[in-house]
Write a protein that binds this ligand. Structure first.
Ligand SMILES: Cc1cc2nc3c(=O)[nH]c(=O)nc-3n(C[C@H](O)[C@H](O)[C@H](O)COP(=O)(O)O)c2cc1C
Length: 159
């Protein structure tokens, strides 16, 4: 099985979840990891929130946008102002090859407000691109360091 994990992480929490997911999927086959980096994102919380709230897109570092060779595609983002980080929005808009694919969406969050809305927003973009099935998991920011807890969430959704 060939998998891709595309994630954005500003302070490292989503990266930790992505790392546990990668460890799990590597037992099943090849895993391509694509880390998104915003080129024009603000470091200021209010600016970040304002941009995310308006579902802005960020300019991102060039990465592989062609996912057609993968059986399973996983997208991870922190919840920012009830939605995905702008860098994830850009990638979701631009990626190719999601048609008919199994998708895992994952988030990390603080209070949890807007977590479902964030996942729904991502799912909606990919549904319009013809993605096949969706599974989702989320981890609260203070639980990302608990590898076993994260792995237990992953086992419920990943092959
Ligand atoms: C700009 C900004 C907006 C945020 N908005 C939310 C939010 O709406 N709901 C929530 O539960 N957490 C929110 N958080 C908390 C993050 O989702 C949480 O800390 C996440 O784990 C950060 O992931 P990262 O370390 O991968 O960047 C926000 C954090 C930032 C920096």
């Amino acid at each position: 099985m060939k998998s891709a994990i595309i994630y954005y992480s500003y302070t490292g929490n989503t990266k930790r979840a992505a790392d546990v997911l990668a460890e799990h999927l590597k037992q099943k086959g090849q895993v391509e990891i694509i880390m998104l980096k915003g080129l024009d994102e603000s470091g200021n919380f209010l600016m970040q929130s304002a941009r995310a709230l308006r579902h802005k897109r960020a300019n991102i570092q060039d990465v592989n946008f062609n996912l057609s060779g993968h059986d399973l595609i996983c997208f991870g983002t922190p919840v920012w102002a009830f939605g995905p980080a702008p860098s994830m929005n850009t990638y979701l808009d631009s990626c190719l090859g999601a048609e008919g694919k199994d998708i895992i969406l994952f988030t990390t969050y603080g209070s949890g407000t807007g977590n479902k809305r964030c996942l729904d927003y991502m799912q909606n973009i990919l549904t319009k691109k013809g993605a096949g099935s969706f599974k989702r998991f989320s981890v609260q920011q203070f639980k990302v360091g608990d590898k076993e807890f994260v792995a237990s969430k992953i086992k419920k959704v990943a092959p």
